[in-house]
Structure formats: structure tokens, C-alpha cells
Design a protein around this ligand. Structure first.
Ligand code: ARG
Length: 467
């Protein structure tokens, strides 16, 4: 069997090593991109006077024909394809099978080193927006739940200990805030990807007068890479993507952890829809949050892909090395995992229901201690002294297994003469949230405004608006 580089060698290559080095089993995913890039390159060669118009047109017609054959699953699995090293060899062989010599001219001035960089960039340009879309869809599910929650209260937690009352919708919007940063990070990756590497050759550039500006416009790139040595041997944009994906998985994992806790018997603020939970083969009472646990678990994979890829890159001399072929499985696995996880979490979130009475009960009691201190501050006591007074009061109540509710005015006064009858109305969860003043706070008006703003963002970002 002939390889793209057979001329240089006398003997046949070692079969096992050829298999070891082959990437076609996974880089066939870049087929459409390789074909598009090849069609553009044929135009570039034609304009440079390297290909005749007739050859160029024949090549492009044949490439179109190849594109239409991908619907047939056996296309990639033909006996001939089984010996193709990678998607670039596959496309070239199929092309030559249709147009003969014209196809053998297409690789003039072009190297697989720039071709694979181009294909990856084209692939990411069409696939990253789909991940962004999945992020928007998840935010829509969260915003929908936030809207349904209305002014329902829950405790917030620091150190996983009750901190202060917040609106349940404020909690959902916290996760939306993280996802919006992920969306923006993917946009930044798309910007990094937006440079045409063609014209770089194997490393030193092309010896033909290729109009790279024309090719960039043809392929939808706004810039040309600045250096051929760098462009053929760097995959920073893959690392940037893996970082964005890993961080998004970290956010999903944290959200899953919250939902696992809050739907548990111990918290019971939220309920999972039956369709999004699983049972136990042994324990009839179980309603397990498997999809959430799985997403939490899969975050490790994507973090692993990021650290693995950084390790692969770190000792490479400048210029292409075969190590770089490892970029694709990292990219594809991270992409698939993130996509699957975003969709799974969105499905679970859509089915969440609220147990407002439980979360509101948990939002009252000693977690109002800060509010009691604030009361004394309003009455003129320095905050440090107020903290001291309320700390002593809390210590006493904890020992007596009581809370602020049910305290008589005399009891309040025994801790500070500044306490008046109005303290009873002051120290409630709804009064607490209503006293918040800043735009990022859990004040119901601030949360309503944040919800409206987030909805407008999701709409403008092309959300599906599915319930
Ligand atoms: N399959 C290779 C990769 O993914 C394509 C580039 C091959 N270039 C080379 N000089 N062997 O990196």
C-alpha cells in the first residue's frame, strides 16, 4: 500500500507502527472541514497560476461529490479507507480516485501540518457555537425555575453552614452568572481560533504566490496567522478551549453538587422529577440523582484532558511534531462530555419542583443573627459591639435549644436596652432580604431586575425558549 510519503522509502513500513500512528479512526470528524479547506486551496492555487481552471473546477466538483457521500456510513469504512493514515490522506485518495492527476496536483505548496491546523480551526468555528447554544439552553432552564420560584426563600450557605436568607431565584441566578462567563470564554476561544494558517506550508511558508487574504475571506477567517513556524506547531487554541470546557464542567459539577444536596432528604428544598431520577435495585425508597452525580464525575475527565494536553505541549520544540496529533481526542472528548453534561443538567433542572415550606423554615432562626446585629447598629451601637451582644444572645439560645422567635421583649432588653418591640418584625427572613440595598443583592426587586436582564441576554444569545 502506498503512503503519501512512500517515495522516500525502499521497504514497506511496519504495519503495527502505521496503525499506531494512524488517526483516521478519530480525525474523520474533520472530514467536512478538510474538504472545505481543500476546495479553497484549489482556488488559491488556481489564482496563483499553479492549477488550470479546468483542474480547479474538476477538483471542486469531485470534493462536492465526496461531501454528498458521507450520509453512507460505509464511506469511511471501505477496504481502501482502512489503510488511510488520517483524514487528509483519505480525502486525497478519494479525490484522486475521481479526478486522477488533477487531484494529485492539489497538494502543491500545502502541508498536512497547516492542513490539520486549518481543519481544527474550521471545526471549532462550527462546533463551539453549538456548545454556546447548549449553555444558553441550560440558563433558560435555570431562569425558568427562578421565575417559578418567585419570592420563595431559602438559606444561603457559607462553609456549608446556614449563612443568611436569600431568594431561591437568587440561588439559580448565581449559577446563571457562572454559565454566562463560560459562554464568554468560548467566545474568546472562537476569537483565538479566527486566524487562517494556510500559506504556512510545512513550516517555512508557501513558495507560490497564494493570496492568503482571499483564502481567509473564502473560509470565514478575519485574520492571517503571523508566523508560519508558530502556526504549524502551536495548539494554544486547543488548550484555551480545554480550559474553557474544564471550567464550565467545574461549574456544572458545583451546580450538580448543590442540587444533589438540596434534593436530599436532609435538605429537601427541591424535588427531582421522576423522569430525571433513578431507583435502587435493592432499596425501594431510593430516588437517586444519577445524572447529576455522573456530570460531577465526568468533570474529572475534562480537567484531565486539559492537564494532559498541557503536559503534551510543554516539551515540544517549536514547529510541528507528531505529538500534536494528540490534540484531537482531547478536543473531541472534552466537547462531547461538555455537550452531554450541559444537556443532561438542563433536563434535570427543567423537572425541579420546590418545597417552599421546607426551604423557608430553614431560612429562619439563628441565621437571622446578622439582622439582629444590624438592628442594633441602626440604633446607634458600633457594629463590633453589636456582634458581641448578639453572639452572647445566640450562645444562650443554642444552649436552651431556642431561637429568636418566641423571645419576649423583656428577654431582648435583657441583652441590650436598645431593643424595642419592633425587633420582632425586623427579625424575619422576608424583612432580611427586603433590607438588602445593592443591585447584586437578594432584594426581591434586584433579583427581579437580574432575572429580566438574564432573560434578555438569553434571548439575544439565541436561546431556544423551551420550557
Ligand atoms: N494526523 C496528523 C495530526 O493530526 C496530521 C499532520 C501530519 N503531519 C505530519 N508531518 N506527519 O497531527
Amino acid at each position: 500500500m502506498a503512503h503519501l510519503w512512500s517515495g522516500r522509502f525502499e521497504g514497506d513500513p511496519d504495519k503495527a507502527l502505521i496503525e499506531f500512528g494512524a488517526s483516521f479512526s478519530f480525525d474523520r470528524r474533520l472530514f467536512d472541514d478538510d474538504v472545505r479547506g481543500s476546495a479553497a486551496w484549489s482556488e488559491g492555487l488556481e489564482r496563483a497560476g499553479v492549477l488550470t481552471d479546468a483542474d480547479g473546477s474538476a477538483i471542486r466538483a469531485a470534493l462536492d461529490q465526496l461531501l454528498s457521500r458521507t450520509a453512507d456510513p460505509s464511506f469511511f469504512n471501505s477496504p481502501a479507507a482502512s489503510s488511510d493514515e488520517d483524514v487528509h490522506s483519505f480525502v486525497e485518495r478519494e479525490l484522486v480516485a475521481i479526478v486522477g492527476d488533477a487531484g494529485r496536483r492539489l497538494h502543491t505548496g500545502r502541508s498536512r501540518n497547516e492542513q490539520v491546523a486549518l481543519d481544527l480551526r474550521l471545526y471549532m468555528k462550527r462546533r463551539l457555537p453549538l456548545l454556546q447554544q447548549a449553555i444558553v439552553n441550560l440558563t433558560l432552564a435555570l431562569l425558568d425555575r427562578a421565575g417559578v420560584a418567585g419570592n420563595t426563600l431559602m438559606p444561603s450557605y457559607t462553609h456549608l453552614r446556614r449563612a443568611q436568607p436569600i431568594l431561591v431565584s437568587h440561588f439559580f441566578l448565581a449559577h446563571v452568572a457562572a454559565l454566562r462567563r463560560d459562554h464568554k470564554r468560548l467566545a474568546a476561544v472562537l476569537d483565538e481560533v479566527d486566524e487562517l494558517p494556510l500559506g504556512s506550508g510545512a513550516i517555512a511558508g508557501a513558495s507560490y504566490p497564494i493570496d492568503v487574504q482571499f483564502l481567509a475571506a473564502r473560509l470565514g477567517f478575519s485574520r492571517i496567522v503571523s508566523n508560519s513556524v508558530d502556526a504549524t506547531g502551536e495548539r494554544d487554541f486547543v488548550a484555551s478551549f480545554l480550559h474553557a470546557a474544564a471550567l464550565c464542567m467545574v461549574h456544572l459539577s458545583r451546580m450538580c453538587e448543590d442540587l444533589i444536596l438540596f434534593t436530599s432528604e436532609e435538605f429537601a428544598f427541591l424535588d427531582l422529577a421522576d423522569e430525571t431520577a433513578t431507583g435502587s435495585s435493592l432499596m425501594p425508597q431510593k430516588k437517586n440523582p444519577d445524572p447529576l452525580e455522573l456530570v460531577r464525575g465526568k468533570s474529572g475527565r475534562v480537567i484531565g484532558r486539559l492537564t494532559g494536553w498541557l503536559a503534551t505541549m510543554k516539551s515540544l520544540p517549536i514547529g510541528y511534531s507528531k505529538d500534536l496529533q494528540e490534540d484531537k481526542e482531547a478536543l473531541f472528548e472534552a466537547e462531547d462530555t461538555l455537550r452531554g453534561s450541559l444537556d443532561a443538567v438542563a433536563a434535570v433542572v427543567r423537572g425541579l419542583t420546590f418545597r417552599g415550606s421546607v426551604s423557608e423554615r430553614a431560612a429562619s432562626g439563628l441565621l437571622l443573627a446578622t439582622d439582629v446585629a444590624d438592628y442594633l447598629v441602626v440604633k446607634g451601637l458600633p457594629f463590633r459591639d453589636a456582634h458581641e451582644v448578639v453572639g452572647a444572645l445566640v450562645r444562650k439560645l443554642v444552649a436552651a435549644e431556642r431561637s429568636f422567635e418566641g423571645m419576649t421583649v423583656e428577654e431582648w432588653r435583657s441583652h441590650s436596652p436598645l431593643f424595642d418591640e419592633d425587633v420582632v418584625d425586623w427579625v424575619t427572613p422576608s424583612a432580611s432580604v427586603a433590607r438588602k440595598r445593592t443591585p447584586q443583592s437578594t432584594h426581591p426587586d434586584a433579583v427581579a431586575a437580574a432575572l429580566a436582564e438574564a432573560r434578555a441576554w438569553a434571548r439575544a444569545s439565541g436561546g431556544d425558549e423551551r420550557p
